[in-house]
Each structure stands twice: as structure tokens, then as C-alpha cells.
Design a protein. Structure first.
Length: 91
């Protein structure tokens, strides 16, 4: 999707951010592919959209193929996700 590419480019250019200093989190392959192209760390959210939590295995596979560095089912384990991202406390 063109809009996601444009937004990502705008974030990188306006903030003078290099890809390796950027975290792209998303539940779709488009934003992860665009983040991967720019060297960002890509966090895939493979939640089951019907019940709003838990792992959707099909979505997980798509996110891995799109270039996710880490795939989580949802944010219920935020205390364990943040240290993986180098973040110490909840924000």
C-alpha cells in the first residue's frame, strides 16, 4: 500500500532517522516489508482479530515472510516484549 510507504518515508526524512534506529510494528506485511527495506527493526503482531487476542498462525507466517524480526501474538505479554526491544519500563 502506497500510503504506508509514504508515511514511513516522511517519518525517516523529517526526523533524520536512519532505519536502524526505527521500530516498525504492525499486523500486516506491507508495513513490515517497507520497514525491512529501510533497515528498521520489525515487530509483527499476529493477533487473532476475531477474538482480539491470541496467535493467528496464518498471519504469523505472512509476517515472517514479510521480514518480521520478532512476532508476538498480542500485547498481553508487554513486560516480556519491551526488554526484547531494549525498553526497560512500560511507557
Amino acid at each position: 500500500m502506497e500510503a504506508k510507504r509514504v508515511v514511513l518515508e516522511r517519518i525517516i526524512n523529517s526526523g533524520h532517522i536512519s532505519g536502524e534506529n526505527l521500530l516498525v510494528a504492525g499486523d500486516g506485511p506491507v508495513e513490515l516489508r517497507e520497514g525491512r527495506k529501510r533497515g528498521a527493526f520489525c515487530l509483527g503482531i499476529a493477533s487473532n482479530e476475531l477474538i482480539r487476542y491470541g496467535l493467528d498462525l496464518t498471519k504469523r507466517s505472512r509476517l515472517i515472510r514479510a521480514g518480521a524480526d520478532i512476532v508476538v501474538p498480542d500485547f498481553s505479554q508487554l513486560d516480556q516484549i519491551l526488554p526484547l526491544l531494549g525498553i526497560g519500563a512500560k511507557v
